[in-house]
Design a protein around this ligand. Structure first.
Ligand code: YNC
Ligand code: MG
Length: 388
């Protein structure tokens, strides 16, 4: 039973087998004059705020809420620890709306107790380009859980998205809600196996010693592909062409222009890393790979407090085999001292995961669309979208 989600324009479980329902928008857009002008009501001890992510003080408050209350693994051993710089980047893409960075504070203490955000994005679904909001960072303080605050947060962000005349959204969650457009799995490639085992992220395999395990995951000192280098601002046009062309093959993918590529993919230290292959003879850019940085706090380990994780982002191979390109990505991540490299089974990732010694994680990641129905659930390999 989903008392809230049953009231929303999303695919419902009861409709899953029903092929008579059309693909596309579920509820048509309303005239803007019909969008509710006032915020939804909160329980009286709380008030809405719009979070100015330009202000370092506000960035710190959001960082503190999330680092103490955001997503944990099923065993509560790790909690995402998005950095302030990451939040600043993730929430301010081209055309972002400040009004979509929504906080809730206690009126008396002024303490930030809940958060939800949207950023604008164009997504292509088959042949249609749809203006959407990507919703992320929904968080309610641990002491205020199970009080039905989340539905109010979601309705309020929806209202503010509607005020900008946008009527669709995309989001991911670890929990099953009505109803996933696709269900993906995380895979993990150990870079620092000793630390991963020490903190309980992974375990020694059967009949494996620590020294055999370290040897198994050893990587070359530096990338092997000739012409492999960091992306620079002068590469934005070529990377945009490469990526746009590559993403056409997926059923759902972002529609990225040069401004988006500059924001989302130009390297930003400890936030996003991007590399490409420039042919040494022709100077043509033939391949591209990228990852973002999302550490996790290690809860209750006396020796280590942070797990440094790289997450595979967008990768394109046209000349260098994808396997070799991703092996080079692992090598640079190891050089930069990441403990683990994570990747979803989206796009063509299945083609390298096993061979490059990624192991399947527990826990799934479900992808959702709001107010847009697909006729069939997508295979992960049909998805060309990575959300942060
Ligand atoms: C979730 N993650 O099912 P029903 S992901 C959406 N996304 O509703 P309460 C969620 N809905 O089933 P709590 C959800 N988790 O009765 C729960 N729900 O219909 C639904 N965790 O509300 C749930 N962050 O306030 C139920 O629950 C209702 O106090 C229950 O709060 C939930 O960012 C939460 O995992 C997640 O901070 C805030 O547990 C809290 O437990 C928490 O009683 C740790 O809520 C952090 C965490 C979620 C990360 C994410 C994507 C969010 C997408 C939201 C949906 C967006 C829709 C599109 C809007 C724009 C539309 C346009 C146009
Ligand atoms: Mg609640």
């Amino acid at each position: 039973r989903h008392k809230f989600w049953e009231t929303q324009p999303v695919g419902q479980f009861k409709d899953l087998g029903d092929s008579s329902l059309p693909e596309g928008v579920i509820e048509p857009a309303s005239p803007l004059s019909e969008v509710k002008q006032e915020p939804y009501n909160l329980p009286s001890p709380y008030e809405w705020i719009t979070c100015d992510m330009e202000s370092t003080g506000m960035c710190t408050e959001v960082y503190n809420l999330l680092s103490n209350n955001y997503v944990e693994d099923d065993d509560n051993m790790f909690r995402f620890n998005y950095s302030k710089e990451f939040l600043h980047w993730a929430l301010r893409p081209p055309g972002h709306y400040k009004s979509w960075h929504i906080g809730v504070r206690a009126k008396s203490s002024k303490k930030l107790v809940a958060f939800i955000t949207g950023v604008p994005a164009r997504l292509r679904v088959r042949d249609s380009i749809v203006q959407m909001a990507e919703i992320n960072f929904l968080c309610v303080h641990k002491k205020l859980r199970s009080k039905r605050l989340a539905p109010v947060m979601i309705k309020e962000v929806t209202r503010r998205v509607h005020l900008e005349d946008i009527w669709q959204a995309a989001y991911t969650a670890g929990v099953v809600l009505p109803t996933p457009m696709s269900t993906c799995q995380y895979w993990h490639r150990s870079l620092n196996p000793k630390k991963l085992i020490d903190v309980g992220f992974s375990r020694l395999g059967a009949r494996m010693t620590m020294s055999r395990t370290i040897k198994l995951y050893k990587l070359p000192e530096s990338p092997v592909t000739h012409g492999f280098r960091k992306m620079e601002v002068r590469d934005v046009p070529a990377v945009t062409r490469l990526l746009r062309n590559y993403l056409m093959q997926f059923l759902v993918a972002p529609d990225l222009d040069e401004h988006d590529v500059e924001h989302w993919l130009l390297p930003k230290e400890d936030v996003v890393d991007s590399f490409l292959v420039e042919c040494p003879e022709t100077h043509k850019i033939t391949d591209f790979c990228s990852f973002y940085t999302l550490p996790s706090s290690i809860l209750g380990n006396t020796n280590h407090s942070i797990l440094k994780a790289a997450y595979s982002y967008y990768n394109v191979s046209t000349k260098t085999p994808l396997l070799q390109l991703m092996n080079d990505a692992l090598i640079v991540a190891k050089q930069k001292d990441y403990d683990v490299f994570n990747a979803l089974d989206v796009m063509q990732n299945e083609s390298f995961l096993r061979e490059l010694k990624f192991g399947p994680g527990d826990g799934k990641l479900h992808y959702y669309l709001y107010n847009y129905r697909l006729k069939h659930v997508l295979r992960p390999s049909e998805l060309g979208l990575v959300l942060l």
